[in-house]
Design a protein around this ligand. Structure first.
Ligand SMILES: Nc1ncnc2c1ncn2[C@@H]1O[C@H](COP(=O)(O)OP(=O)(O)OP(=O)(O)O)[C@@H](O)[C@H]1O
Length: 244
């Protein structure tokens, strides 16, 4: 699989965004709040709000996604493309036991996975199958969401600030889990964050977004050790990474 985004625009909010993500590659999309990261991700998923339209091209393994019929996009979502959002409750049904919920994306495709095994694969105890989402912690809920996002072995996982709402130690564990799970499956990862330290620990390449445009792109090492754009330099100065 390859994701090729070319000249993506969303009204005037995202402009001429182009990048590629190859099989199993982990790419960070970094930038401050309002820079257009989420709109870029939602364009790829075909989940932009009705009032916004994407122009340009988004190809997954050669298939154009922009303008594709909703039926095709909804088949791709949760199958070849998955997305994890910042707040796990947005993806969970509060009235459904976790065990039933975690297997649902697979059941929709005619598979019958074992719920307890799935939960154990993301580090949850097997007896979580009977729990309702509100009985779990934020980190545990995000594990459930990850299990759901990965159950059909997607080619591309998009994570939009998946650990921002969690405390620091839980954050680190969830990042480790995302890293291990995507490596194991050779799932490509587009990881949205405003945190350079997170990019440094997870991503091989990084795209820096400012005011709706990508202003810098390179390997994580290049961008973090020799940033070219003033905005990237400022981001680096403001981060904990500066001292290291
Ligand atoms: N439905 C919408 N209609 C109009 N403008 C929107 C809409 N959704 C988002 N925007 C605007 O588009 C810009 C980019 O938003 P986006 O959510 O992509 O930013 P972001 O980089 O993901 O920020 P954050 O880190 O806060 O999520 C922002 O200025 C936002 O206010």
């Amino acid at each position: 699989m390859t994701l090729v985004v070319e000249g993506l625009g969303v009204s005037s909010l995202v402009r001429d965004v182009s990048f590629e993500v190859g099989k199993g590659e982990r790419v960070g999309l970094i930038g401050e709040s309002g820079s257009g990261k989420s709109l870029t991700a939602l364009s790829i998923m075909g989940l932009l709000p009705d009032e916004l339209t994407a122009v340009g091209s988004v190809k997954l393994s050669g298939r154009e996604l922009l303008g594709a019929p909703e039926r095709e996009l909804s088949r791709l979502r949760g199958d070849e493309l998955s997305m994890v959002f910042q707040e796990p409750m947005t993806a969970l049904n509060p009235a459904m036991r976790v065990g039933r919920q975690v297997t649902e994306p697979a059941r929709l495709r005619g598979k019958r996975p074992d719920a307890a095994e799935l939960l154990e694969s993301v580090g949850l105890p097997a007896d979580a199958v009977r729990a309702y989402p509100h009985q779990l912690s934020g980190g545990q809920r995000q594990r459930v969401v990850l299990a759901m996002a990965l159950v059909n072995n997607p080619a591309l996982l998009i994570c939009d600030e998946p650990t921002t709402a969690l405390d620091v130690t839980v954050q680190a564990r969830i990042l480790e889990l995302i890293l291990a799970a995507t490596r194991e499956r050779e799932t490509a990862l587009l990881f949205i964050t405003h945190d350079l330290a997170v990019v440094a620990s997870v991503c091989e390449r990084v795209l820096v977004m400012l005011d709706g445009e990508i202003v810098e792109a390179g390997t994580t090492r290049e961008v973090l050790t020799a940033p070219r754009h003033d905005y990237t330099k400022r981001l680096l100065e403001a981060s904990d990474l500066e001292a290291s």
